[in-house]
Design a protein around this ligand. Structure first.
Ligand SMILES: Cc1ncc(COP(=O)(O)O)c(C=O)c1O
Length: 498
């Protein structure tokens, strides 16, 4: 780098200078605006001599090159609207109107929104179900090959790896298959921005041959919310088209607070990752050792993904930054465990599933933080009746609601007939139907819990009896559902029949 000042240092220098702002933002860098200290002073968009994100030629160009070098990408783009806009741009660049995309069924909503906006056709790709935990695991190369053979018209394959829960696919194998058919492989690695930055972490999909990779820096690295990266490798992706869509989906006034944070995160990773990952793995190892003594609560065991643990599965790695804590054996729901951890121990989890809670662990976690989590879980565990005493309630890991979810999704999976997602969403003749009476009806809405933002049923799919049972269960448990017009799930919008 010619001039080694970080973007934040440049912003601070501007704040100290006597340059008066006759430009946006409207707070005019004035502390009197009442924003938290430092915010207004550092918050600018593209003024001279700062660079323009959509036409980067100066400090942003250099910073994006640094990011590309760190991750081994040919080109990296800063994203100020999260992985959401990276996923939208990736889908849009890979598939035009009427094109076909093979899309993993557990994709984040943003991928389906991309399909909707581009009005492309979607072939669902079902990841494996991990019997041990009853959750979505990896995407199998055989299944991808089967779909590619059946759909030679497909332009690209889109997968999510790691999953929200931390399960990582064999991207190298998938890339070989996808490229053998001359298609593009897009990996939504939103939860894996730390991959490849340390040899104890799984490799980044960029190193495994993916063409487009999306990283949410804010999820697992020290960076502000909404900061993310889109990486390109190789020549399969039309970069002109990709950049056109980034201009469409990203703000024309990107915040330098966010871009400065991306720059700082990349600099820190370049300089300090060994200093940060060493203590992380040491603390995490200790935490996992302590949690291995839990009797009722259970965590996904530490260590490499072995043949024995996941026999016959396509799973390649488990992400060390995820900690799933299952509570089936305790006879309480994940939502209840999450409540106990927050109210009694002031520990806020990332997400509660029906039978587990999910914690995210990063290099910024403190020794004290891990000690508090370990002590809390041990105390909760000790206060719970043992499995033997609670025999009636023991369901075993994964045999509860995640399985209900997957089996409901499978009941929809067997349908051959579906209409394109965009056509269902924009259908003119629709009506609200009582959920209980909707069996066999074509749905026009997404239905999802956030997080993780994976739709249970998709527009264009037909409602099944099992799906109705699942959604009725969600309604009865008071789960917060988003997507449908009627969020109480008493009714669901369907295409009018007859
Ligand atoms: C797998 C996956 N992809 C993409 C996104 C969107 O990321 P962001 O919140 O950075 O826009 C999420 C968000 O949770 C996600 O889980």
């Amino acid at each position: 780098m010619e001039n080694d000042f970080s973007i934040y240092e440049r912003l601070a220098a501007l704040a100290r200078s006597d340059v008066y702002p006759y430009h946006m933002p409207g707070h005019k860098r004035n502390a009197g605006a009442g924003l938290p200290e430092g915010f207004a002073q550092l918050d600018i968009t593209e003024i001279e001599p700062f660079d323009n994100l959509h036409h980067a030629q100066g400090i942003l160009k250099e910073a994006m090159e640094e990011a590309a070098e760190l991750y081994g990408a040919d080109r990296t783009y800063f994203l100020v609207n999260g992985s959401t806009c990276g996923v939208l741009a990736a889908v849009s660049a890979a598939a035009a109107e009427g094109d076909t995309l093979i899309l993993a069924r557990n994709a984040h909503l943003s991928a389906y929104h991309g399909v909707y906006l581009r009005r492309c056709l979607m072939v669902p790709l079902y990841p494996e179900r991990l019997a041990e935990y009853g959750v979505y695991g990896a995407v199998g190369a055989d299944e991808v090959e089967r779909l590619l053979r059946r759909h030679p018209e497909a332009k690209a394959v889109f997968i999510t790896s790691p999953t929200y829960d931390g399960f990582v696919s064999d991207v190298e194998k998938l890339a070989e298959v996808v490229h053998a058919y001359g298609k593009i492989l897009i990996v939504d690695e939103a939860h894996g921005a730390h991959f490849g930055l340390d040899e104890r972490m799984p490799p980044s999909s960029l190193d495994c041959g993916a063409d487009l990779v999306i990283h949410s820096l804010h999820k697992t690295l020290p960076s502000l919310t909404q900061t993310a990266l889109l990486h390109v490798k190789g020549s399969r992706v039309d970069r002109g088209r990709l950049e056109r869509f980034l201009r469409i989906y990203q703000s024309s006034s990107p915040s330098y607070l966010l871009m400065g944070s991306i720059d700082l995160c990349i600099r820190q990773m370049r300089k300090h990752r060994r200093e940060w990952f060493d203590p992380f793995f040491e603390r995490r190892g200790k935490l996992m050792k302590e949690l291995s003594t839990l009797k009722v609560l259970q965590v996904v065991p530490d260590g490499p993904v072995t043949e024995a643990a996941y026999a016959g599965s396509a799973l390649k790695y488990y992400d060390p930054s995820k900690l799933m804590i299952f509570c089936d054996g305790a006879g309480i729901s994940g939502v209840e465990l999450q409540r106990i951890l927050l109210e009694d121990y002031h520990l806020q989890m990332e997400m509660a599933g029906a039978n587990y809670v999910l914690a995210i662990l990063t290099v910024m976690d403190t020794r004290e933080g891990f000690m508090r989590l370990s002590a809390a879980l041990k105390e909760i565990d000790a206060a719970m009746p043992s499995k033997e005493q609670k025999a009636g309630l023991v369901t075993g890991i994964g045999l509860t609601c995640q399985d209900e979810f997957l089996s409901a999704v499978r009941s929809v999976q067997v349908q051959e007939e579906r209409i394109p997602l965009a056509q269902a969403m924009d259908a003119a003749g629709t009506e609200k139907v009582a959920l209980e009476c909707a069996e066999g009806r074509m749905i026009t809405e997404f239905v999802y819990a956030y997080p993780p933002g994976i739709s249970v049923i998709l527009p264009g799919e037909r409602m099944t009896e099992q799906m109705i049972a699942l959604l009725t269960g969600y309604r009865e448990r008071g789960m917060t559902i988003q997507g449908p017009e009627d969020e109480t799930l008493r009714t669901i919008r369907c295409i009018k029949e007859g």
